[in-house]
Each structure stands twice: as structure tokens, then as C-alpha cells.
Design a protein around this ligand. Structure first.
Ligand SMILES: C[S@@+](CC[C@H](N)C(=O)[O-])C[C@H]1O[C@@H](n2cnc3c(N)ncnc32)[C@H](O)[C@@H]1O
Length: 282
């Protein structure tokens, strides 16, 4: 990897280690929010009970932990850059008594595994953070058996994801938020249709399918939404970390206004993701 890619990796590592306590605190909420994507990934993987599966960018363990409960004669190796996130995944595996689940710290661009070691690969919401997406795609294909499948999800664009754009709009009303450099890591890096399809097609994969998944983030109150976004979502945390209490309060009020409610009633806020299924040529 070149200096710029190493810099991205180091920034991502520091950032996800900083956010891991927030992810631990909100784990149940986050896993409910992202459950549809886990279900779709698992259903498209066509797993057998003795499969050896790699879950890339596993974070606090999903969808790897659910897969481990299904491949009960096989194994799941869960990989993430952040030791803070992996510690949470390991604790969950212990509570769930999943002895076929192991968590390993590594970069998706440099996997410490033999060629063709895995039957299938899952990756929920990881690709957009990798230092070099092509290097990562090549590594995933290298460690996958011929004929094996990779199934991954990434976010669609801002229009389909009010769960994050609502708070970002409120922030931008009061604060300057520097625009991300095009192609740099971030939640909307793979938002355009075809980004991952084209990447894997350029690596000689021909059986590739891309579908859209829509769902809702269910919040019991505006406060729950606000607190979750403040603890878990990187661009929101970064923007609000140095803001004074008066401005923070105005942003919180703007969020409530944009959610279209005066009261702390249930909220269902839409999200849109892309699911990409790639089959490695046999
Ligand atoms: C949005 S979280 C997704 C976590 C989990 N898959 C889920 O859906 O709940 C993104 C994860 O990607 C991990 N990550 C970022 N860059 C990575 C890299 N180069 N290699 C492996 N994991 C990486 C982060 O540490 C973080 O845990």
C-alpha cells in the first residue's frame, strides 16, 4: 500500500476505535436497524451448514455471528481493522456460545489467509471505508474458493437515506461542514449504481447482481434518534464534537422540525442500501 492508503487505514482505525464504545452502547438498536441487510446478505449467500465463511468489516460481529449460528458444522472468521469493535464481537460470541466464530484484526486490503480458504464471504457496510477498494476486492477474490460467493451491502445516496441526511441538514444550517474529497472513504462513497459491479467486472467476474434494499430506522422518540446519531454515526460525531451547547440545542430543534413532529412519538426514518452479489468464476 502507498503512503496515502496507509494514512487512510490509520485514520479509519483511530476513528472506529473511538466510536466503538458508542457502537457497544447502541448495539441492539443498530443491529435492529441493519437487520434487513443481514437477512438479505445471508439469503443471497446460499450457505451450507459446513461452510467456512469470512465476514469482512464485521464491526460488532454482524452478519458473522448470525451466520455462525447457521453454519453449525462450519466456521466463521470475522475480520475488522478496529480492535475496539472486535472486542465487542468476541464478547457477543461468548454470550451466544458460538464456538465456531473467531475474530481477527486485519485490513481487508491485506488478508492473512491462504488462497481459496473460504466458501463464502459476507461484508455489510464495509467497502466504502477501505483504503483501496480494488485491492480489497482482489483480496476477497483471492481467499474465496472458485465458484464461491461474495455478498455485500453499501449505502445508496443521500436522497434515499433521510436517517442520516436529516441530522446532516440540521448541522449544515448552523455549521460549516467541509465537503469530502471525491472518492475518499465515507458512507456515500459507493452510492452510485454500478460502483462495485463495475469494480468486480473489471476483475473478471461475470455473474454479478445488484439490487436495492429499502427499510426504516425505528426510533421510539426524537431523543432516541438524536442520541444514537450523536454516539454512533462518524460524520455527525465529528461535526458536533466542538460545538457550543446553544448551537447544539438549535441543531437538535431543527432535527425535530425536519422530522416533522413536536412530540416524542415513534419515528420511522427511511434508508436505502445496495446489495451486490458476486460469484467468483469456477
Ligand atoms: C459501518 S461498520 C459495519 C460493521 C458491521 N459489518 C455491521 O454492519 O454492523 C464499518 C466497519 O468497517 C471496519 N473497517 C474500516 N476499514 C476497514 C479495513 N480496511 N479493513 C477491515 N475493516 C475495516 C470498521 O472498523 C467498522 O467496524
Amino acid at each position: 500500500m502507498n503512503t496515502q492508503q496507509l494514512e487512510i487505514r490509520n485514520k479509519q482505525l483511530a476513528s472506529w476505535n473511538t466510536f466503538s464504545p458508542g457502537w457497544a452502547k447502541w448495539d441492539n438498536f443498530t443491529m435492529r436497524f441493519l437487520e434487513t441487510q443481514a437477512e438479505q446478505i445471508i439469503s443471497h449467500l446460499d450457505l451450507r451448514t459446513d461452510d467456512h465463511v469470512l465476514d469482512i468489516a464485521t464491526g460488532t460481529g454482524e452478519p458473522g455471528l448470525t451466520i455462525a449460528s447457521l453454519v453449525n458444522k462450519g466456521t466463521v472468521t470475522a475480520v475488522d481493522l478496529s480492535d475496539g469493535m472486535l472486542q465487542i464481537a468476541r464478547e457477543k460470541a461468548t454470550i451466544l456460545e458460538l464456538n465456531n466464530f473467531r475474530a481477527i484484526q486485519a485490513d481487508a486490503c491485506e488478508l492473512p489467509f491462504e488462497d481459496g480458504a473460504y466458501d463464502a464471504i459476507s461484508c455489510r457496510l464495509g467497502f466504502m471505508f477501505f483504503p483501496d477498494m480494488e485491492l480489497a476486492a482482489r483480496e476477497l477474490l483471492r481467499v474465496l474458493k472458485p465458484g464461491g460467493k461474495i455478498v455485500t451491502t453499501v449505502w445508496q445516496g443521500p436522497v434515499d437515506n433521510p436517517w442520516v441526511t436529516i441530522v446532516m441538514r440540521a448541522i449544515k444550517k448552523y455549521l460549516e461542514v467541509p465537503a469530502a474529497a471525491p472518492g475518499s472513504p465515507g458512507i456515500f462513497r459507493c452510492a452510485q449504481p454500478g460502483v462495485l459491479t463495475d469494480l468486480f467486472a473489471s476483475l473478471d467476474c461475470s455473474e454479478i447482481r445488484e439490487i436495492e434494499i429499502a427499510g426504516k430506522m425505528a426510533c421510539s422518540s426524537v431523543d432516541e434518534y438524536w442520541n444514537f446519531m450523536n454516539d454512533v454515526v462518524p460524520p455527525v460525531v465529528s461535526a458536533l464534537k466542538v460545538v457550543d451547547p446553544e448551537i447544539r440545542n438549535k441543531i437538535r430543534q431543527e432535527v425535530q422540525h425536519l422530522l416533522g413532529t413536536d412530540s416524542n412519538v415513534n419515528q420511522k426514518i427511511p434508508f436505502g442500501a445496495r446489495l451486490i452479489t458476486i460469484k467468483k468464476p469456477a
